[in-house]
Design a protein around this ligand. Sequence first.
Ligand SMILES: [Zn+2]
Length: 410
Amino acid sequence: MKTLIEAPFLVTGDQMDLIKNGYILIDDQRIAEIGSGEAPDADRRIQFEESMIMPGLINAHTHIGDSAFKDVGFGKNLIELFQPPNGLKHQLLKTTERQTILEAIENSLLDMLSSGTTTFADFREGAIDGARILLEALRNKKIRAFIFGRSEYTFSKEQLEENRGEIEQESLDALEGLIAATDGVAPSSPNDATDQALRQVAKMAKVQAKLRATHAAENPDSERISKERTGLSEVERAIEHLEADILVHLTYASPKDLDLVEEHNIRVVCCPRTNATLGLRLPPIQEMIDRGIVVGLGTDNVMLNSPNMLEEMKFTTKAYRIEKIASRYLKPREVLMTATISGARVLGIDHETGSIEEGKHADLVVLDLASRNLKHTKDPLTAVTHRAQSDNVCLVMLKGEIAYQSHMAS
Ligand SMILES: [Zn+2]
């Protein structure tokens, strides 16, 4: 079946170019044709007045398994909140009913869809059981998910300080099953494992051709600990031993770290709102983009922030304007790219989604430009990153099917 969608503005291509009075012809799940002016025939025709169609947003880093603990521990630091095995979140995960965690995850999935996200990548704790809760929540939801599992191995303080010890066979067997059931593996931090353990994780993921990701250089303390124990930074260990494909944060990455990331074509995800909530600083997104490093945007842990990419873009647009170095700050178009095509490149799915291009999946968001907060904008592309909010989203499509529809579009 062919569906034709028309709107006064379309955001198209990898550079987020604006087309006026455009149309998109969807054939089955994919975009068959994009154009402006006279539209081709179709079985179904949807015409949007005073609106803009843009690519589905890609939230490249979440922990939606923690959705049941919103706003717990605001003001605490990273170690108090998240360090395994005794950080606050780990205590809460152990003592909260499975059903509560499941319902909270389902809420976050709807929150993401209703704010225009069509793809997300989640770091899921709790080994195979943790992954299963997320898979259960995803049933009957039209959202594309990447799940990075986390193995439950633990090392003693002495082992970590001496950087000595490997993952035992029982945990390795569990890890093999976890990697098979998910899209990749993500140790919380290189600091939670020995070099040998990181190499074991890398080997197992590579055998199954799965992605390897981890947090790195998120705060000065973790950098200091890494160097004291191993002589290397977290980024250096993640690249050398874990052979990471994706690094999350890089807030405190050194120039040497960035050289390595660039040299090894590592993709990066930054989460500026989380850095702010934790009282840290902004990651060097402009510098990474200028170096040609692929940088996606993520909302990180739902304990700290909503999984809402419109809010992440809004904060990023404004915060980097304050932090500008000389005349270099992140332009709205660049911010939108981090939330779409670059996120797709991070996950290796840019041939399928991330921009409105012929041949790609029809993952689309329709924004209502007639709403009170957007009406009279003279620059819709800037309005998306600078002032759009969830109630401006009137329709979301995943692979040509309606994934979310507000009352405005019904
Ligand atoms: Zn994270």
